[in-house]
Design a binder for this molecule. Structure first.
Ligand code: CO
Length: 289
């Protein structure tokens, strides 16, 4: 178990360094693809692996946005969320930060303060309903709404979204956290409706149920995908002719799972803050700072 904990801690330490370096790169006019590739490359240089593609979600986008292989977009005066994951031997640390180029500091502070108050009350034996309630009331005290249908989550080996989920608002039924649980707490605050929906574009997938495929090109792609095990991967990580066609087929067969970009229903701006913590007897310890 100590060996496992030290792998989580190493993943978290590498991730904290990567986050700091990445934040410096987010500037008006900088390329999104440049930032994503920078993040994913330095994770490898530091001896770990990305646990999922570097998510760069802007403004009303909440999550699951990452640049495509030939993306030419650059940052404007955006509210930018960087959501980054690192794994060491399958043990994952997950963090997110908002870099605000849009001059909405109080919306950024709402999700940061909610994360702080959630971390303050987290300990073995607490119910996730209490964590959700404090996140909701903190965000509302700033005059904003939490995004009700996005949650934090537990982390398990090779599983970036394990149970239980950590709600961002008060819910009827929660789970009791145990000593040693590794959880990612990630409040999202918005000046919009407080709800997100899937939009059309997909750049991120993960392997769901491997099945035999006949088409040689699909077999070849599936072998590459299997290298990521059950962790999400980016389309741009898989240079291959007719990639979209083959991925669509694999998705229809239930072999891969697609993550469409999630956008705020009323077009509101969204801020996000996230840390990974280890639940302890009398509190919790942040591993991503
Ligand atoms: Co997360």
């Amino acid at each position: 178990m100590n060996d496992v904990l030290s792998k989580y801690e190493l993943a978290g330490k590498i991730l904290a360094d990567v986050r700091a370096e990445a934040m410096d790169k987010v500037k008006v006019g900088a390329s999104l693809l440049g930032v994503a590739e920078f993040v994913e490359n330095i994770i490898s240089e530091k001896g770990a692996q990305p646990a999922f593609p570097c998510n760069i979600s802007r403004n009303d986008e909440a999550a699951h946005a990452t640049p495509s292989a030939n993306d030419i977009s650059v940052f404007g005066e955006d509210m930018v969320k960087l959501d980054i994951g690192v794994h060491v031997d399958g043990y994952i640390a997950d963090t997110a930060v908002t870099v605000d180029l849009s001059d909405n500091a109080d919306l950024v502070e709402a999700s940061r303060a909610a994360l702080r108050s959630a971390i303050e009350i987290t300990h073995a034996g607490i119910s996730t309903t209490e964590i959700g309630a404090v996140i909701e009331s903190t965000i509302e005290s700033f005059g904003y709404r939490p995004v009700a249908n996005l949650t934090g989550h537990a982390l398990a080996r090779w599983d970036q979204h394990a149970s239980p989920s950590i709600p961002n608002k008060s819910v009827l039924h929660g789970a009791i956290l145990k000593e040693g649980d590794i959880i990612a707490i990630e409040p999202f605050a918005t000046n919009g409706a407080g709800h997100v929906s899937e939009s059309g574009s997909v750049e991120i997938y993960r392997l769901e149920t491997p099945k035999p495929v006949r088409l040689p090109a699909a077999r070849k792609l599936l072998r590459e995908i299997e290298a990521y095990r059950t962790l999400p991967f980016a389309k741009r990580w898989l240079p291959q002719p007719r990639l979209d066609f083959i991925l669509n087929q694999l998705e229809r067969m239930g072999i891969v799972y697609a993550y469409p970009v999630l956008k705020e229903d009323a077009g509101g701006l969204i801020s996000q803050a996230e840390h990974t913590v280890i639940v302890e007897k009398d509190g919790c310890r942040i591993i991503t700072e």
